[in-house]
Design a protein around this ligand. Sequence first.
Ligand code: NIG
Length: 416
Amino acid sequence: MPDLTRNAGVGNAAASPTRSLAIDNIGSLITSDPELGRGPLGIVEHACVVIVDGVVEHVGPAGAQADDRIDAAGACVLPGFVDSHTHLVFAGDRAEEFTARMAGEPYDGGGIRVTTEATRSTSTAALDQLVRQRLAEAHRAGTTTIEIKSGYGLNITDEVRSVQIARAHTTESTFLGAHLLPAEFEGRADDYIHLVCNEMLAATAPHSKWVDAFCETGAFDVDQSRAVLDAGRAAGLGLRLHGNQLGHGPGVQLAVECGCASVDHCTYLTDDDIAALAGSDTVATFLPAADFSTRQPYADARRVIDAGATIALASNCNPGSSYTTSISFCIAIAVREMGLTIDEAVQAVTLGGAAALQRTDIGRLTPGATGHAVILDAPSHHHLAYRPGVPLIRQTIGPLATVGSPTHSTPARSGR
Ligand code: NIG
């Protein structure tokens, strides 16, 4: 069967003739558009989605005609998950560090250096293969759009190849040279930031859409983080920031001041932080699997939503603080521990993730949007929280597309 679900205008768009695909006999369709259906998620019952050349052409009652048909058999269908925060380019794992944490050791981010050592000593081909495996895992778990950061190279050569690998697999590639001070710069953080803002940025920017920094005690302070964001903006990159993960701090205020698309973690928020987020376009991205794996408290997302800010949930897949690609897991924690309704959690991994990436073409199943969809082994999206730990993704339709390299090929669909 031809690839009916690729991203229009990206990758192999000229490879096959236009054909239409109907996802038919949908019991409960989440469109993300309240004008198309019930409630804030725009739910349509007994529905069909028609996708032409990777783009949603039509949403309506079951039974629409198309060249090809997938029978959802009464299941729930929702937009593919948008995972707006991952660190997939790494080698090795840190299971021992995790085990020690579960026995009471605190998390302080210092293990980033362990992963940097492993990553630097791994070949580019092997790193790329690891990223492909993680992407396949994420796709099986329902993710169709993903952001990928560098940040385990921490020198020019290894940061460049990290963003090159990221960019080969997603348009949402992020330069995170300011992840942690590498050992060889110990005691010379300002020198390292100078390198990041100049030669390293110049070498990585052509392969990056975004720049990011870890603004936290033990990583980089507010002035160093601001310097990275300013330099990234001057190089034409969009801005994102890690902030307020391990304690209260200036990250959220800095992100809002600089106009970041998103500030990520947000575990420790003051009333002023929440007010700043609510008065801005900066998305508060919560990473509940990191709080789970580091034994941090869970963020009070309820207060942030009630204040009127836009929120997202993301996996933060990385070998230290959050070694999971499962967005379903994040939904379950957010509902159980962070005060979100199930509808809000589903919105946060679809439209919320799209907002964090400043995209309007994903996170929805509406005419004109990309045809990225997930078919659940369940009649409603409530089961994503109601049945935690159960692999409910029957089929993922649409990319994680490979972009930028004709030699890479990620399957367009996966199912079990
Ligand atoms: O988002 N906080 C900084 N970076 C990652 C953790 C990286 C690591 O521990 O390897 C995060 O949690």
